[in-house]
Design a protein around this ligand. Structure first.
Ligand SMILES: Nc1ncnc2c1ncn2[C@@H]1O[C@H](COP(=O)(O)OP(=O)(O)OP(=O)(O)O)[C@@H](O)[C@H]1O
Ligand SMILES: [Mg+2]
Length: 369
């Protein structure tokens, strides 16, 4: 799957753009604030119906305009689809595939596999556990629709249980029969979710992550990745029961898969506190590339890779290792790489004897360099 063509009207700092891309490697090069990341975001938005960076669609409309439009041609095996997204202030977002409107945007999401790796991903290490759960949930639900149903059902019961806890003042008797019913449902859906998460992390994520991290860091660092769940050990019912008193006092459910986390460690210590910036970045890139390889193996096609500023903070050896990996055609398909240096990435690609197209990005315009 590749993006063969992209046209933008009033999208962020682009007034008007029409561009054809290389089916393999595209370098988007230019100074800060010129519009490199915005191109990646336009592609991401075409696939996921929302910006990677800005949840409010109207914020992506060019200043002082009232609409934006993104037209993207996705191609595979000589067949092309045209995806059109337009957002007008105060109107519902329009998404079309080959000129036909979608009734449900969820029918579109996942049709064109795209993976973004950006400096914003550092939140995955530095931010709260909700981001790490979301990371897991996004991947697993892309290949297992049943998982998403379980998650939705779980969250619904959790809301109901929390509402009951909130509406029953501590010290007043709570309806234990209803709590039991909720607990039964939480255990049913939660166990399935914990099983999927645990299996996915252990079988699919960790082996790929370990291999990738070894390549990027040249085997110089010992890192680990672990799925942490209070309910992964089969004592779900007991855990809920023993937490009920605490739940009543804080008025929400304190135990369950909504508290799961991923533990990132380097040399046996938390990556967040003890990893250098380059080490955190290497870890994250290995994690996201593990995600890429998993999706590639599951879907049996190579997702489009959007690599935003990934070389910043990495030494030359790591940049080399990374570039040779993401441009290896047995591993990756089409790749978009942004960099502020006009020659760093092209020089390495020349050294690796890769074919690529370099674009200079300047003031919301793109020109082949
Ligand atoms: N809605 C908008 N309308 C007009 N311009 C916008 C809008 N949103 C963002 N911009 C502009 O887009 C530019 C940022 O573009 P982008 O993030 O793509 O830069 P970049 O080339 O990736 O820079 P860096 O190297 O710093 O990452 C900024 O100048 C910003 O003001
Ligand atoms: Mg940028």
């Amino acid at each position: 799957m590749i993006v063969s063509k992209l046209s933008l009207v009033n999208f962020k700092n682009y007034k008007q753009l029409s561009c054809d891309f290389n089916p393999r490697i595209n370098c988007l090069l230019g100074n800060n604030g010129e519009g490199k990341t915005n191109i990646l975001d336009a592609i991401y938005l075409s696939a996921f119906c929302k910006s990677y960076f800005n949840a409010i669609d109207s914020h992506n409309i060019r200043f002082d305009e009232d609409m934006f439009m993104i037209q993207t041609e996705f191609s595979q095996n000589n067949e092309s689809d045209e995806v059109l997204c337009s957002v007008k202030k105060g109107r519902k977002k329009v998404f079309k595939r080959n000129k036909v409107d979608y009734t449900k945007l969820s029918d579109h999401i996942g049709r064109y596999p795209v993976i973004m790796i950006t400096p914003y991903d550092s939140n995955l290490v530095l931010g709260g556990s909700d981001l790490r759960r979301k990371f897991l949930d996004t991947i697993i639900s892309q290949v297992d629709p049943g998982y998403l149903n379980h998650l939705v059902a779980y969250n619904k019961v959790l809301d109901q249980r929390n509402a009951l806890l909130k509406n029953t003042p501590y010290g007043k008797e709570i309806n234990l029969e209803v709590i039991d019913i909720y607990d039964g449902q939480l255990i049913h859906y939660g166990s399935a979710i914990a099983k999927s998460r645990g299996e996915f992390v252990r079988k699919n994520l960790i082996p790929r992550f370990n291999d990738l991290h070894k390549i990027i860091s040249e085997g110089k660092e010992s890192v680990s990745l672990e799925y942490i769940s209070a309910v992964d050990n089969g004592n779900y019912e007991m855990a809920l029961k023993s937490a009920l008193d605490k739940d009543r006092s804080v008025q929400y459910t304190t135990v369950g898969i909504h508290k799961d986390d991923l533990l990132f460690q380097i040399e046996g210590y938390p990556l967040k506190k003890f990893g250098s910036q380059g080490q955190q970045k290497s870890y994250l890139i290995a994690l996201k590339l593990a995600y890429y390889l998993y999706i590639k193996d599951q879907l049996k096609l190579k997702p489009i890779m959007l690599l935003d500023d990934i070389f910043d903070k990495l030494d030359r050896n790591r940049v080399m290792a990374l570039l040779s990996m993401v441009t290896d055609e047995t591993q990756a398909g089409q790749v978009f790489i942004t960099d502020t240096s006009l020659d760093r990435v092209p020089a390495i690609l020349d050294e690796l004897e890769k074919e690529y197209t370099a674009f200079e990005v300047k003031g919301g315009d793109l020109n082949e360099a």
